[in-house]
Structure formats: structure tokens, C-alpha cells
Write a protein that binds this ligand. Structure first.
Ligand code: HEC
Ligand code: HEC
Length: 476
């Protein structure tokens, strides 16, 4: 195989020389084709070495969006009935037209000035309620995570295949977690005061709250649950349980598979699917630093672009944080769960599929452009030290401790080799490659409509979120 490649490369080189001659004669058009094939050959080698197919494998079976259980899950995902004070739904921070997130640096839940107004202009002036300390990750492709959910991986699949959650002392299994990481996760946003719960049953245990919400749904949702679980005679008490509503929400979320992107088409043989800049970016991304690349695939590996491991990459720390460090506004990440100081500042390697659509970036949304976050990943220390907070557009974010908090992470030791000679062009090429990971469906309201309830859908208790863009007021 190697020999064949070598042979092909020499033929190519020979052609390039002939071409160069030709260029002087004015046959410019051929040049593109020739140069493109040289890099195509290198990429084909990298694709083989990294065993890429363009198709990540899911960690859990994926239901059809038109199945009764996913349809029930969609209604629950958009229902403010699961918000303790009835003003917030899952979709308030994970909307399909906002890249499966909220387009904010830091999410705004129960404290929103206008609960139905979503997107980058969603605002809060309510300082009585605490604000959300982290950026909302996308729900797109959630079924592909095998090991960790949340930025700090606190929902985790253990060696024995059971799941641990924040309800347990780490690393004990949570026997109520359900079958999948997605279901295990869906049981937590409703318990968070700042995300969905508000002041409702604020002194009660998580499980008490979950059961109270089930009781609330039992009043109006029996027909919906009978359809969803295909059980036409069951009673509300039998069918509307916290296990069943979290299972249905998870079924809906799992259907959000958005993996058809130009990079996949390229891998599968369409050499014109991505631009030349994107090809140069791919080469940098998949080539190790020792061989002159940027080494991104050390961590963002495989077709899902993550090894699901945790690292300190010194992402700037903005906002209220998680009660860590001297300032109290730092975020120690994985250490908060494991209590192991070695895990301080560690966060999960995110997937990069659709990353163009899921900004702002980093666990606290500190970067508001793909260029800036890419520059950070090329030289974390330098970017962290020179972090420019004027890029933030969201109002009312606590910024007093940004410098101290971020430098503490730098001092603690960053787990990334710095690419010493990164150039502006490297950033341009990498961003171009990252954009080739966008499934065009994510930009198309019609294509996304199967994940957004129709306005005329049965709304059992009148609590469905009818989201509008907070800037334009138009329906999302
Ligand atoms: C107020 C905004 C808000 C609401 C409402 C909300 N979330 Fe989230 N979601 C977040 C934030 C912020 C995180 C990251 C938290 C962390 O990592 O500590 C998150 C994380 C997640 C994740 C993990 C994604 C990953 O890649 O690990 C999933 C899945 C998710 N939410 C689903 C839901 C579901 C289901 C609901 C409703 C039951 C919901 N969210 C309600 C803001 C919100
Ligand atoms: C040592 C492992 C590692 C390497 C190498 C690495 N990353 Fe990352 N990357 C991470 C982690 C961990 C995060 C999340 C950090 C956080 O939020 O605190 C991240 C975040 C990102 C994000 C933000 C994603 C989001 O959804 O917020 C982008 C974009 C990114 N990396 C691109 C790159 C590029 C491009 C390279 C190569 C130049 C690279 N990374 C190299 C581990 C790595």
C-alpha cells in the first residue's frame, strides 16, 4: 500500500512540474485540479490512519422522530409544565433553530425577563435568582456519547456499565438513572433552581420534586402518555411517572441526529465536497504536532470528534462560576465531582460536529467567534492570558474575576502542547475545516421542522413553549 502511495505521489509531483511549465504558458485552470489531488492524497492517508468513515456510531438505539414515544417526548421537551414555576422548558435553552443550544454565553433559565424570547438577545435583570454558570451544550447527536454527559462529565457510564449521577456520591451507581446517559441526564435540569425549578419545592429532595412534577402532568397528560407508551388503558398514576417522562424526553432528544456534512461526503469519495482551505485545515487537524500539524485529533478524535476524555485547556472563566477557588466564581470542573485535585479545571473534550452552529464556545461561553476559540486551542496559555472580554455581547455577566480565575487554570498546568508557530492562516484553514462539519439541515427551518412542534399540535395543558427570537420577535 505504502509503495502504491509513493508511486502515486511521484506521478503527482511529476505532473506538478509539467503543470508549472504549463502555468507559464497560461493554462491556469489545470492548476487547481493538480494541487487539489496532492492534498487529497495526503488526506486519504490520514483518513485511513485515523480509521474515519464519516459515520459515528451511536451509543444507544435511535428511535424514529415519528414514533409515538418521540412525539410525546417532543411535547414534554417544549412544556413549561416541567419548570417548577412554569416558566421554563428544555427547549428554552436547547432550541433546534439555535444549534440545539441557546446562542448565549451563559444560559438564562427561570430568571428570563421574557420567558418565550430565546436566542442571543434573551435577557435577565432578575438578580434575585442565580444565573446559570455554564454554557448550554447542543442536544444534537446526543445519542453518540458513550461515556460522559455535561461539561464536567458528571453523568458517567461506569466500567460495570451502570451510570453514576449527581444524585449519588461519586462513583456510586444511580439505579434510577434509566438505560441511557440521555435519560439519566434528562432527570437533572428540572432539579436545578436556576435552570427550570425556580423556587418550587426548593427545600425538597430531587426525587420528591420529580414525583411532584409527575403528579402535575397526571392532571392533563393521560391521553398523550397512553399514545406515547402505546398503552390505551393504563391509569395516569401507572403511566405518568418520572421514569416515563424522562424516558420519553430522551427518546425525542436521541432522534436529533445531524451528521450529514460535507466532510462526510468528502470521506465517502466526493473530492469537491469541501474547499481547498478546508482540506488544508483537515490536514492540520489530523496531523500530529511532531509531524508539523496542529494535533487537534489527539483529543477531538474519530468520526464524533472526541475521545470523551477530560483536560484542562485553560478556557477563560466568565460568570458566576461553580463556587470554586479563592474568588468563589471559578469553576474546577471534574474535581467538583471526583473531589480529586488532579481533576481541577478538567472539562470534557466536546464533539465538533456542527460546531459552527453551537457558539458561543467553551464551558462558560467565553469565546464568541470560531476564530477566537480556534486560536485558543492552538496556543491556550497565550490566548487565556490575553483574553479579550469585549467580544461578549450578553449583558449582565459577572466579569470581576475573569483574569484571576483564568490565570489560576493556566498556572495549574495546561494539558495541551502549544503549537509554537501557529499562523493566521492556520486559524483560517482550521475554521474552514470546522465549518465543513456543519449538517446543512441545521440552517434550514423546513428541514428542522420535524423537531419543532406545530402551532396546531394538541397542547394538553396550554403550557407549550411558543418560542420567538428575542431580537426580532419572530417565531423560531
Ligand atoms: C436554563 C437553560 C437550560 C434548560 C432549561 C435546560 N438545559 Fe440542558 N443544559 C444547560 C446547560 C447550561 C448545560 C451544561 C451544564 C453543565 O455541563 O454543567 C446543559 C446540559 C444539557 C445536556 C448535556 C449535553 C452534553 O453534551 O453533555 C443535555 C442532554 C441537556 N442539557 C438536555 C436538557 C433537557 C432534556 C432539559 C429539560 C429537561 C434541559 N436540558 C433544560 C442549559 C439548560
Ligand atoms: C488536549 C486535548 C485537546 C486538544 C489537543 C484540542 N482540544 Fe479542542 N477542546 C478540548 C477540550 C477539553 C475542550 C473544552 C474545554 C472547556 O470548555 O473548558 C475543547 C474545546 C474546543 C472547541 C470549543 C467547542 C465548543 O463546543 O465549545 C473547539 C472549537 C476546539 N476545541 C477545537 C480544537 C482545535 C481546532 C484543536 C487543534 C488546534 C483542538 N481543539 C485541540 C480538548 C482538546
Amino acid at each position: 500500500m505504502k509503495n502504491l502511495l509513493g508511486l502515486l505521489t511521484s506521478i503527482l509531483l511529476a505532473n506538478t512540474i509539467i503543470f508549472n511549465y504549463g502555468y507559464a504558458q497560461g493554462t491556469h485552470n489545470n492548476s487547481v485540479a493538480e494541487n487539489t489531488s496532492a492534498i487529497d492524497l495526503e488526506l486519504s492517508d490520514l483518513i485511513k490512519r485515523h480509521k474515519l468513515t464519516g459515520r459515528p456510531t451511536p451509543a444507544t438505539p435511535i428511535p424514529d422522530i415519528n414514533s409515538p414515544i418521540a412525539q410525546l417526548g417532543m411535547k414534554l421537551f417544549y412544556s413549561k409544565s416541567l419548570g417548577g414555576d412554569k416558566n421554563t422548558a428544555c427547549a428554552s435553552c436547547h432550541h433546534p433553530m439555535l444549534g440545539g443550544g441557546d446562542n448565549l454565553s451563559l444560559s438564562i433559565g427561570v430568571a428570563a425577563d421574557k420567558p418565550n424570547a430565546l436566542g442571543a438577545n434573551r435577557q435577565t435583570t432578575d438578580f434575585k435568582h442565580t444565573q446559570v454558570p455554564r454554557n448550554a451544550p447542543t442536544t444534537f447527536n446526543i445519542a453518540f456519547w458513550k461515556k460522559h454527559l455535561f461539561h464536567d462529565g458528571r453523568i458517567q457510564r461506569l466500567e460495570n456499565n451502570e451510570i453514576t449521577t449527581p444524585d449519588m456520591q461519586f462513583p456510586k451507581s444511580d439505579l434510577l438513572a434509566g438505560d441511557s446517559l440521555v435519560q439519566a441526564q434528562a432527570r437533572f435540569p428540572i432539579t436545578s433552581a436556576e435552570e427550570m425549578r425556580g423556587e418550587y419545592l426548593s427545600a425538597s429532595l430531587n426525587q420528591t420534586l420529580r414525583r411532584a412534577l409527575a403528579k402535575r402532568l397526571q392532571e392533563n397528560w393521560l391521553e398523550e402518555f397512553r399514545k406515547g407508551f402505546n398503552d390505551p388503558t393504563a391509569t395516569a398514576e401507572e403511566l405518568i411517572t418520572e421514569q416515563n417522562y424522562s424516558e420519553a424526553i430522551a427518546a425525542y432528544e436521541k432522534t436529533q441526529v445531524l451528521i450529514d456534512n460535507p466532510w462526510k461526503d468528502y470521506i465517502q469519495g466526493d473530492k469537491n465536497a469541501i474547499s481547498k482551505d478546508a482540506k488544508k485545515g483537515a490536514k492540520l487537524f489530523f496531523t500530529s504536532q511532531n509531524n508539523g500539524g496542529a494535533g487537534c485529533a489527539n483529543c477531538h478524535s474519530g468520526d464524533f470528534f472526541t475521545n470523551e476524555k477530560m483536560y484542562n485547556v485553560a478556557m477563560p472563566q466568565i460568570g458566576l462560576g461553580k463556587n470554586s477557588g479563592k474568588t468563589g466564581s471559578n469553576d474546577y470542573g471534574k474535581e467538583l465531582t471526583t473531589k480529586n485535585p488532579k481533576d481541577r479545571f478538567k472539562f470534557r473534550t466536546p464533539s465538533l460536529l456542527n460546531v459552527e452552529m453551537t457558539g458561543p464556545w467553551g464551558h462558560s461561553g467565553a469565546y464568541t467567534s470560531l476564530e477566537a476559540v480556534t486560536e485558543h486551542m492552538l496556543s491556550p496559555n497565550k490566548s487565556a492570558e490575553n483574553y479579550d472580554q469585549s467580544q461578549l455581547t450578553q449583558k449582565n455577566i459577572k466579569l470581576d474575576d475573569v483574569k484571576n480565575n483564568t490565570l489560576e487554570a493556566v498556572k495549574h498546568g495546561v494539558h495541551i502542547q502549544v503549537k509554537s508557530h501557529a499562523t493566521k492562516d492556520d486559524v483560517k484553514y482550521l475554521v474552514s475545516f470546522l465549518k465543513s462539519l456543519t449538517d446543512p439541515c441545521t440552517k434550514d427551518r423546513k428541514c428542522m421542522s420535524k423537531w419543532i412542534p406545530n402551532a396546531d399540535m394538541n397542547d394538553p395543558d396550554g403550557m407549550m413553549l411558543h418560542a420567538v427570537d428575542a431580537g426580532t420577535g419572530k417565531p423560531l
